[in-house]
Write a protein that binds this ligand. Structure first.
Ligand SMILES: NC(=O)c1ccc[n+]([C@@H]2O[C@H](COP(=O)([O-])OP(=O)(O)OC[C@H]3O[C@@H](n4cnc5c(N)ncnc54)[C@H](O)[C@@H]3O)[C@@H](O)[C@H]2O)c1
Length: 349
C-alpha cells in the first residue's frame, strides 16, 4: 500500500491504467482502489490463452473496465480526456513472443504508445508513468554481474527491449516541456502470485518452474542457468509505480524498480525445487534475446520515491508455492499438455 502522501494526492483521482488487466496492471489497480483513487482499465484481455480476468480480480478493483486496444485512437483519446493520471503499462510483454512476432510488438508497444502520447499531449493529465523494462540495459561484460544505474546507455538485445527504448525516448521527446509530467520506470523481473506462465515464453520463471515441479517435470535452466535476475515482487512493483505517479522528485526522471539483489536462474530453481522433493533440474539451450542479466542500482528509487522492496525472494517464492499448492486449478490446460515447454500461442495482431 502506498504512503499517506500518495493516498492523499490520489483520493478520488481518475487514473487510466493501460494494460490494467495484466499481472502488474491489475495489482496497480487494486492498490489504487485501496488508496481511494478511481482506476480505469483499458486492456485487450488476450495476453494469456486462458482467462485471467477473474483470477487477477480486475473487475472487482477497477472503477471501470474498457475492453479495447491502445491502438484505437478514439478510445484512447476518450479515456485520456477523463483522466487525471495515466499509467501506460499495456505491452506485448514477452521477450520471446516479441522476437517471434515483431509486427505485433511494433503494433502494441510502438504504435500503441504513440497513440497514448498523442492523446496525453495537450490534455489535462498531470503525469504519465511509462512502464519500461530493465531489458533496455542489455548485457554486461561476460563473467560480470552488472549493477545497472539509470545513467547507463541503453544497449537492447531484443525486439522487446528495442521497443521499450523507443517508448522511453518518445515519452521524453513528446512530454518534456508539455503540461503533463512524465516518469519512466524500468521494472526488473516481476513475479508473485497470481502470476501464470505464457506459452513459449522464457520469462515468468517462478510460475514456469513451480508449475513444472508440481507436474513432475524437470525445471529448465536455459543456458545452464548462470544468468542472473533481479527478482522483484509484484506487490512492491505496484507500490513503486503508484509512488512514481505523485512523488515530486520523480517528474522527468527514469527510475529502476528492482531489489538490487542478483540471483542466478539456477539459484531461483533451487529455491523452488526445495518445495518439491525429487524435483529435477535440466540444462537447455540459451534462447535468443535472453540477457545474461544484472541487478538494479536502487539508490534513485530510494531517494526519489522513498521506495524500498519489502518482500525478499525466498519469502516471495514461499508465498507463490503456497498459493499454487492451495490453488491447483490455476495451472492452465495448455501447460499440462506434453508439449507445453515448447508450446506457442501468440495473440493476433
Ligand atoms: N513481468 C515482468 O517481469 C516485467 C518486467 C519489465 C517490464 N514489464 C512491463 O510491465 C508491463 C506489464 O507487464 P505484465 O508482466 O503485467 O504482463 P501482462 O501480459 O500480464 O500484462 C500486459 C497487459 O497489456 C495488455 N495489452 C497488450 N497489448 C495491448 C494492446 N495493444 N492494447 C491494450 N492492452 C494490451 C495485455 O492484454 C495484458 O493484460 C508491460 O509494459 C511489461 O513490458 C514487465
Amino acid at each position: 500500500m502506498p504512503s499517506g502522501h500518495a493516498t492523499k494526492e490520489l483520493k478520488a483521482a481518475t487514473v487510466l491504467v493501460t494494460g490494467g488487466g495484466g499481472l502488474v496492471g491489475s495489482r496497480i489497480v487494486a492498490q489504487l482502489s485501496r488508496a481511494g483513487a478511481r482506476p480505469v482499465v483499458l486492456d485487450r484481455f488476450d495476453a494469456y490463452p486462458h482467462p485471467v480476468r477473474d483470477r487477477f480480480e480486475v473487475d472487482r478493483n477497477a472503477a471501470e473496465v474498457v475492453l479495447g486496444d491502445v491502438r484505437e485512437r478514439a478510445t484512447v483519446q476518450w479515456l485520456v480526456s477523463r483522466a487525471d493520471f495515466v499509467i501506460h503499462a499495456a505491452a506485448y510483454a514477452d521477450v520471446a513472443a516479441c522476437t517471434r512476432r515483431p509486427e505485433v510488438a511494433f503494433a502494441a508497444n510502438v504504435h500503441g504508445t504513440q497513440n497514448v502520447l498523442d492523446a496525453v499531449t495537450g490534455s489535462a493529465v498531470k503525469r504519465l508513468v511509462f512502464v519500461s523494462s530493465a531489458s533496455v540495459y542489455g548485457d554486461g561484460a561476460p563473467g560480470t554481474v552488472p549493477r545497472f544505474s539509470e545513467d547507463r546507455p541503453p544497449a537492447p538485445i531484443s525486439v522487446y527491449a528495442n521497443a521499450k527504448v523507443w517508448g522511453e525516448h518518445q515519452v521524453r521527446l513528446m512530454l518534456a516541456g508539455s503540461g503533463t509530467e512524465h516518469t519512466v520506470l524500468r521494472y526488473f523481473s516481476v513475479y508473485g502470485e497470481p502470476q501464470v506462465p505464457k506459452p513459449g515464453s522464457h520469462s515468468w520463471m517462478v510460475p514456469w518452474m513451480a508449475m513444472s515441479a508440481q507436474a513432475g517435470r524437470p525445471l529448465r535452466l536455459n543456458g545452464g542457468g548462470a544468468q542472473v535476475r533481479d527478482m522483484v515482487h509484484v506487490d512492491d512493483v505496484a507500490r513503486a509505480t503508484i509512488l512514481a505517479l505523485v512523488a515530486d522528485g520523480a517528474a522527468g526522471r527514469t527510475i529502476n524498480v528492482g531489489t538490487g539483489v542478483p540471483t542466478s536462474v539456477r539459484e531461483i530453481a533451487g529455491l523452488i525445487a526445495a518445495h518439491f522433493p525429487g524435483a529435477r533440474l535440466v540444462e537447455t539451450p540459451m534462447p535468443e534475446g535472453d540477457p545474461r542479466g544484472g541487478c538494479a542500482d536502487t539508490r534513485r528509487a530510494a531517494d526519489l520515491l522513498g521506495w524500498h522492496p519489502t518482500i525478499a525472494l525466498p519469502e516471495g517464492v514461499d508465498r507463490y508455492v503456497a498459493w499454487l499448492k492451495a490453488t491447483p486449478g490455476v495451472v492452465p490446460h495448455w501447460f499440462t499438455s506434453p508439449t507445453a515447454s515448447t508450446a506457442s500461442a501468440d495473440v493476433a495482431a
